[in-house]
Write a protein that binds this ligand. Structure first.
Ligand SMILES: Cc1ncc(COP(=O)(O)O)c(C=O)c1O
Length: 551
C-alpha cells in the first residue's frame, strides 16, 4: 500500500538545499551582483528624485512634521494629565479597609449571621450579589474601626469628609439626616427651651423637640401661593422673633426648601450672632453645594454652627446615610452632640453604608465627580431652557428676593395638577420624578443622570405640552398644601405623651391633634401634636379616615 507522506519529502528538499553544490551558488551570486548594480542605480535615481521632490515641497513637508510633533506633544501631555489624575488617588479609607477585608477573608463566627450570604435566601443573594453580602459587616470586625467612638478608617474618613465640606468635625450618620437633627435636639436643647424654627421644617426637628421637650417659636416663611409652596425665610423675620423672645436659645432653619428655594443664610447668621444664639441649618437637600461654583454657598461657609447633609439624597451615597457637620467657629457643645448620637445610633452600624459615605465624598472631590456635578448643572440648565419654550408647562425660577438651587426643577402645568402630571409621566412615559404635590412636581437633575435621560424627559414634556390631557375625566381639582397658621393648645411633648383616642375624621374638628400628620415626601407637617384640628384641615387629610386626638 502506498502511503502519502508530505512532511519527510519537505525535509528531504531542505536537506538537498543544504548540500547544494557550490557552483550553483556562485552562478547565482554573480547574477545577483549584476542585478544589484541596476537596482542600486535605479535607487540612486529614485533618491535624486526624492531630494528634488523634498526641495520642492520642503516647506510643506516641514509644516507637516511640525504638526505631527505638535499633535504628539498634545496627546502626550493629555495622557500625562490623565495619568497624573489617576495617580492622584483620592483616599477612601473605609472603602480600602472593606476591600482589604474582602480580599483576605477569615472564618467568621460573629454577626451578621448570614455569614457572607451563606445563610441568605438564594433569590435575595442572586439579586443583591454575593460580593455585597460578603462585605456586609459591622464595625469592630476585620480591622474596620468603630463608629462610637470613631476609630481607625471610620475616624479617618470622617476627618477627610470634614476637610471636603469645610467643617471642624463631621459625624457619619446612619438613619439619615433624621439622626443628625435628633442628636442636635437631644444634645443641645432642653425642656421648655424656645427654638426658632420654620413652620415647614422637617418632622425630624419636631421629633427632636418631642424628645427634649423644647418648644418651637414658629417662623412663617414667605409663601409662593401661585406655586403652592413655601418660600424663603427672611433675616428680618428672624430678627423680629429674636427681638420679641429673649428666651429663644437657638435658630434652626431649613435651607434650601425641598423645591430648592434658598434663604439668605449669611444675613440670618449675622442676626444670630447679634442675639448670641447658635444657628443650625438643615441642608439635607444641599450636600453638593460645596463642589460646584454654580450652586449656592453652603451654610458652613456663611456662619452656621452646624449643618446636616443627606448625602444619600443627592450626594451619591446609599439610602439612609448622611453627615452632620460642626462648623469651624461653632459655639456648640460638640461632645453633647456626639453623646446624643451614640444614644441614637444603632450599635451595629452597617459598614456598607459607612463606606458609601466615604466613597461619595471621595467621588465628589475627584475630577470625575466634579464632572458629574457639572453635567448635572448643565443638564438642569438645558431642561429649564427647553421648558421655557413650552406653552403650558413652566418651571420655578429665581425671582426677586430669593435664589434657587438650579438642580431642583419644580414644574407645573397650568392645565393639570402636579399629581396628574406625575401619573402621566409615569404611566405614559415610564418616568419617575422626585415628588408631586397638587401644585406641581419636582425633578432632580442628579450627578448620575446623563444628557440622554434629560433629552428623553424634554421630549416627553414637549409631547405632554402639545396634548390635551385636560379632557381626561379623572383630572383632579387642585388642592394646594395647607399653609395654615397653627393654633397651639399644648406643647409637642405634652401632647405626644398624653392619653389619646382615635376618632372618625369628621368628629375630629375642634379636638387637639395627638399625632404628626405630614405630607410625605418631604415630611412637612399639616398638623402637629398639641394643635387644634379645624375644618380647614379636613380637605388635606384625604388619606386619613380616622385621626388620633388628645383624650
Ligand atoms: C429638610 C429635611 N431635613 C431632614 C430630612 C431627613 O432626612 P433623611 O431622610 O436623610 O433622614 C429631610 C427628608 O426628606 C428633609 O427634607
Amino acid at each position: 500500500m502506498h502511503i502519502k507522506c508530505n512532511a519527510p519529502r519537505r525535509n528531504n528538499s531542505l536537506r538537498s538545499n543544504k548540500f547544494r553544490p557550490v557552483i550553483v551558488s556562485q552562478t547565482f551570486d554573480s547574477a545577483f551582483r549584476q542585478r544589484s548594480f541596476f537596482v542600486r542605480f535605479a535607487h540612486f535615481k529614485e533618491l535624486i528624485l526624492l531630494i528634488k521632490l523634498f526641495l520642492l515641497l520642503r516647506n510643506k513637508f516641514i509644516n507637516l512634521l511640525q504638526k505631527i510633533f505638535c499633535l504628539g506633544y498634545i496627546i502626550n501631555t493629555m495622557t500625562n494629565v490623565t495619568r497624573k489624575e489617576k495617580s492622584l488617588k483620592i483616599k477612601a479609607p473605609i472603602v480600602e479597609a472593606l476591600k482589604n477585608a474582602y480580599e483576605t477573608p477569615s472564618y467568621q463566627f460573629h454577626i451578621p449571621g448570614h455569614t457572607k450570604g451563606n445563610g441568605s435566601l438564594p433569590e435575595f443573594k442572586k439579586l443583591i450579589g454575593k460580593k455585597a453580602l460578603s462585605i456586609d459587616t459591622t464595625d469592630e470586625f476585620d480591622g474596620l474601626g468603630t463608629l462610637h467612638p470613631a476609630t481607625g478608617p471610620i475616624k479617618e474618613a470622617q476627618e477627610l469628609a470634614a476637610e471636603a465640606f469645610g467643617a471642624k468635625k463631621t459625624f457619619f450618620l446612619l438613619n439619615g439626616s433624621t439622626a443628625g437633627n435628633l442628636a442636635i435636639a437631644m444634645g443641645l436643647t432642653k425642656k421648655g427651651q424656645k427654638i426658632v424654627t420654620n413652620r415647614n421644617c422637617h418632622r425630624s426637628i419636631l421629633t427632636g423637640m418631642i424628645i427634649s421637650g423644647a418648644e418651637p417659636l414658629w417662623l412663617v416663611p414667605n409663601r409662593f401661593e401661585e406655586w403652592g409652596i413655601w418660600g424663603n425665610v427672611t433675616p428680618e423675620s428672624v430678627e423680629e422673633i429674636l427681638k420679641n423672645n429673649s428666651d429663644a436659645s437657638m435658630v434652626w432653619i431649613t435651607n434650601p426648601t425641598y423645591e430648592g428655594v434658598v434663604s439668605d443664610i449669611k444675613s440670618i447668621s449675622k442676626v444670630c450672632r447679634k442675639y448670641n444664639v447658635p444657628l443650625i441649618v438643615d441642608e439635607a437637600h444641599a450636600c453638593l453645594w460645596n463642589f460646584n461654583e454654580h450652586l449656592p454657598t453652603s451654610a458652613l461657609k456663611l456662619g452656621a454652627d452646624a449643618v446636616v447633609h443627606s448625602l444619600h439624597k443627592t450626594g451619591g451615597s446609599m439610602s439612609q446615610s448622611s453627615m452632620l457637620h460642626i462648623a469651624e467657629n461653632s459655639m456648640l457643645d460638640v461632645d453633647a452632640v456626639e453623646k446624643a448620637l451614640k444614644l441614637l445610633h444603632t450599635t451595629s452600624p452597617s459598614l456598607i453604608l459607612l463606606a458609601s459615605l466615604d466613597a461619595a465624598r471621595a467621588n465628589l472631590v475627584s475630577p470625575k465627580g466634579r464632572k458629574q456635578l457639572e453635567r448635572a448643572v448643565q443638564n438642569a440648565k438645558y431642561l429649564r431652557r427647553e421648558i421655557d419654550k413650552l406653552e403650558h408647562i413652566h418651571s420655578l425660577k429665581s425671582d426677586f428676593g430669593y435664589k434657587t438651587d438650579i438642580t431642583k426643577v419644580f414644574i407645573k402645568d397650568d392645565r393639570l395638577s402636579g399629581k396628574r402630571l406625575e401619573s402621566i409621566l409615569e404611566i405614559d412615559f415610564n418616568i419617575e420624578v422626585e415628588s408631586a404635590s397638587d401644585a406641581g412636581l419636582l425633578i432632580l437633575s442628579n450627578i448620575g443622570n446623563t444628557r440622554n435621560d434629560m433629552q428623553y424627559l424634554v421630549k416627553c414634556l414637549q409631547k405632554i405640552d402639545q396634548t390635551n390631557y385636560s379632557d381626561i375625566c379623572y383630572l383632579e381639582n387642585k388642592k394646594y398644601m395647607p399653609m395654615l397658621t397653627p393654633i397651639i393648645k399644648m406643647t409637642l411633648r405634652e401632647a405626644f405623651y398624653s392619653h389619646k383616642e382615635t376618632v372618625p375624621k369628621k368628629d375630629a374638628i375642634g379636638r387637639i391633634s395627638a399625632e404628626v400628620i405630614a405630607e410625605c415626601p418631604p415630611g412637612i407637617s399639616v398638623l402637629l401634636p398639641g394643635e387644634l384640628i379645624t375644618e380647614e384641615h379636613i380637605p388635606y387629610l384625604v388619606d386619613y379616615e380616622f385621626l388620633e386626638v388628645i383624650k
